[in-house]
Write a protein that binds this ligand. Structure first.
Ligand SMILES: [Mg+2]
Length: 259
């Protein structure tokens, strides 16, 4: 069965929600085994965060317009930032670069602006006929440095190859061979890229992939959101543990954006 945007987005949202309670917790100081509430952001169980909200804003734009429209996506990001659109109960987390870019109406392009804030929302673009140039432009709404824009282009390519049936091991051969001590899971875009692929390539189920991502620690929700989006593509939404899907909040917002 061909994978779809739905597999990817549910995979992302569940991974995000699993990681939210543990964001900023150093590796080895906790063990995530399932969906819990509260913790770092004191959110109820099943609450997803900015990663999923921004991905949903892109999905909603594409659903309505049938093409990538950077100005429309930016306007939806601003509605998320200022009005809490595409959230469960309002915005509770936003990256510094993202906030600055949306305030000034132009993406940030300094070397220090290479957090994972655009990568975290980028996998769904694999299902939207987005060209490399469009993927770059969507990243550049907030993250305009080439390190970020090219990471997004590479991630969309990886997602498409996986969606076409290539194995995670083949896609991430070099990364999969790394010992966990060499896998960084902070907020730097290239670390998140590698960490997500490492989790995908060193596990063999949706569940194990996203738990591995959260248990890397630090930027738990974003690592698990990206790893979860890829695992959703590889294993399908039907592979997501039903108790996690049941716990996921505001599925109606997700469904609306998927059309
Ligand atoms: Mg987040």
């Amino acid at each position: 069965m061909a994978t779809t945007l739905r597999d990817c987005v549910y995979g992302q949202a569940v991974g995000d929600a699993l990681g939210v309670p543990y964001e900023f917790r150093p590796r080895g100081t906790f063990l995530c085994t399932g969906m819990v509430g509260h913790g770092s952001h004191n959110q109820p169980v099943g609450t997803w965060s900015d990663d999923t909200s921004m991905a949903l804003a892109i999905c909603d734009s594409y659903r309505e317009l049938g093409r990538i429209d950077v100005d429309d996506i930016r306007a939806r990001f601003v509605r998320w930032y200022r009005e809490g659109a595409y959230t469960v109960d309002g915005l509770f987390d936003i990256g510094g670069t993202t906030a600055r870019a949306l305030d000034q109406g132009a993406g940030c392009a300094a070397g220090s602006d290479n957090g994972n804030g655009s990568l975290m929302r980028t996998v769904p673009l694999a299902f939207m006929d987005a060209t490399d140039e469009e993927v770059r432009a969507v990243s550049a709404i907030t993250h305009a440095h080439p390190t970020s824009t090219e990471a997004c282009v590479r991630m969309v390519r990886v997602a498409r190859v996986l969606s076409a049936g290539e194995s995670p091991a083949a896609v991430a051969q070099e990364i999969a061979a790394r010992p966990v001590e060499e896998v960084r899971s902070g907020g730097y875009v290239l670390d998140t890229f590698d960490a997500a692929l490492w989790c995908l390539a060193t596990t063999s189920s949706y569940r194990d992939c996203v738990l591995a991502a959260v248990n890397l620690g630090d930027d738990t929700d974003t690592t698990a959101a990206v790893a979860g989006a890829l695992a959703g593509i590889v294993y399908g939404a039907e592979s997501i543990p039903p108790e996690w899907l049941d716990a996921l909040r505001e599925k109606n917002v997700i469904e609306h954006c998927l059309g």
